[in-house]
Ligand binder design. Structure first.
Ligand SMILES: *Cc1c(COP(=O)(O)O)cnc(C)c1O
Length: 459
């Protein structure tokens, strides 16, 4: 049940079918090109798209916009210490800014950096610092209903170290929840094991804590040792093993923009803190604002405390689960158990007649818009060319934003897409224009339905 009511509203409109068809065509069958106004239920991402609370808005008015020594910074620092247990922070404009600050200080040419799975920007920052990002998920993690499919395979990390030498592994990373692996959670047991490996190597243990509150909820639910703890207690326990955290406030900071690096107050980490702080000043801004306005610091200070409130996080995780159930009830193949922030649909299984080279994931994304002005995102062969990723479509839920009727609408939209599929009306897409950097094509490439081409060649 929703543990809040609306006090400020943002009107949305379902465009009629002709408009939707026209919008889709104008967007080149790429939903990144749609105006948000043309979207009814926007599940493109949960990053920075959520709704702030009245207490966050109220706190924003107290923002101290001083360049140095801002009281708003002190309040954020105190919130991070209370909620996450890190005494020293370096603020940044968003998560990737924090990654640049920390990984630039930690990783050098020829280094190898293991992680349960590197999120895209993490991978890019490790590589940009001269390092080699190495994914070490559990083998077959998503094959069966594992409670902690997001875990790091610590033996794979040890194998990597045997191969490249401990001196070339400066850090062990752990991403909670595991965003690139269907948002699946990581157990505290696994965090402890990762800490042990880091100690064996004398490496720094970093947690990418973007969704630490959602992860803590799953731990309490699934790891018997924590069954009687509060989400806030689990969150602190889980993060207590790390030397540093990287945080995007756009996720469990419950804000629209912002982030930070947290570093434990330990003399062994003083050099890292000093270097990271300098990089913070160079790339983000002075150490007491780091790319955020004073009011942004205030909003995140309040948001972090709200993120571990029982009623908030229970509602959050349950809403994602409910969407997964609604779709599964209608025979849509979804990844289950669902993760913390999104439902992942197996588009190849849902549209079995669309071959891989006609982008079943992107075809599904376009059909969801055509049938219901619902916007999701493709994370398959269109977004990641020349990899063997499964053809997934992700439906991310913005925090505290949509209600049960919107989820119903999404489920009904899937039904209509299924009807079109059964009538043989979905043939897939082909690319007509793409950027030079293949890695960026899902943001800007243009496509068209395959059928159109067949029609024109027949002419
Ligand atoms: C979103 C995200 C980031 C990057 O944060 P931004 O605020 O988008 O720059 C890093 N790691 C993970 C796991 C994320 O989900």
């Amino acid at each position: 049940m929703r543990a809040y009511k609306a006090k400020m509203v943002s009107p949305i409109r379902l465009p009629d079918r002709d408009e939707r068809e026209a919008n889709l065509e104008r967007a080149g069958y790429n939903v990144f090109n749609l105006d948000s106004e043309a979207v009814f239920v926007d599940l493109l991402t949960d990053s920075g798209t959520g709704t702030m609370s009245e207490n966050q808005w109220a706190a924003m008015l107290t923002g101290d916009e001083a360049y140095a020594g801002s009281q708003s910074f002190d309040r954020l620092q105190q919130a991070v210490a209370d909620v996450m247990g890190f005494e020293r922070i370096i603020p940044a404009h968003q998560g990737r800014g924090a990654e640049n600050v920390l990984y630039g200080a930690l990783v050098g040419e020829g280094d190898y950096v293991p992680n349960n799975t590197h999120f895209d920007t993490t991978r890019a920052h490790i590589a940009n610092s001269g390092g080699e990002p190495v994914d070490c998920p559990r083998e077959g993690a998503l094959d069966d209903d594992r409670p902690f499919a997001g875990d790091l395979d610590v033996e794979a990390v040890r194998d990597l170290v045997d191969e490249v030498g401990a001196e070339n592994v400066p850090a062990v990373l752990l991403t909670i929840t595991n965003n690139s692996l269907a948002g699946q959670p990581v157990s505290v047991e696994n965090v402890r094991a990762a800490r042990e490996v880091a100690d064996e190597l004398d490496a720094v243990f970093v947690i990418d804590a973007c969704r630490f509150a959602e992860n803590a909820y799953f731990v309490r639910e699934r790891e018997p040792e924590f069954a009687d703890d509060s989400v806030a207690e689990v969150a602190r326990e889980q993060l207590s093993y790390a030397d540093a955290v990287v945080m995007s406030g756009k996720k469990d900071g419950l804000v629209n923009v912002g982030g930070f690096v947290g570093i434990r107050d330990d003399p062994e980490l003083d050099d890292l803190y000093a270097t990271a702080r300098e990089r913070g000043i160079l790339y983000e801004g002075f150490t007491t604002y780091g790319g955020m306005a004073g009011r942004d610091l205030e909003a995140m200070a309040v948001g972090l405390r709200e993120a571990v409130e029982e009623r908030y996080v229970a509602d959050r995780v349950d809403q994602v689960r409910r969407l997964g159930d609604l779709l599964a009830d209608r025979g849509v193949p979804v990844q289950r158990p669902t993760g913390g922030h999104a439902v992942y649909v197996d588009a190849a299984a849902f549209l079995p007649d669309v071959p891989a080279d006609r982008f079943p994931g992107q075809a599904l994304v376009c059909e969801l818009y055509r049938e219901g002005a619902v916007r999701g995102v493709e994370l398959g062969s269109f977004a990641f060319p020349e990899t063997d990723r499964p053809e997934l479509v992700r439906l991310s839920l913005p925090r505290r934003t949509y209600g049960a009727d919107h989820l119903e609408h999404v489920a009904e939209t899937f039904e209509r897409v299924a009807d079109r599929r059964d009538a043989g009306e979905i043939a897939g897409l082909e690319i007509v224009d793409e950027p030079e950097m293949a890695e960026l094509r899902h943001f800007s490439a243009e496509l068209r339905p395959v059928r159109e081409r067949e029609a024109t060649t027949a002419d």
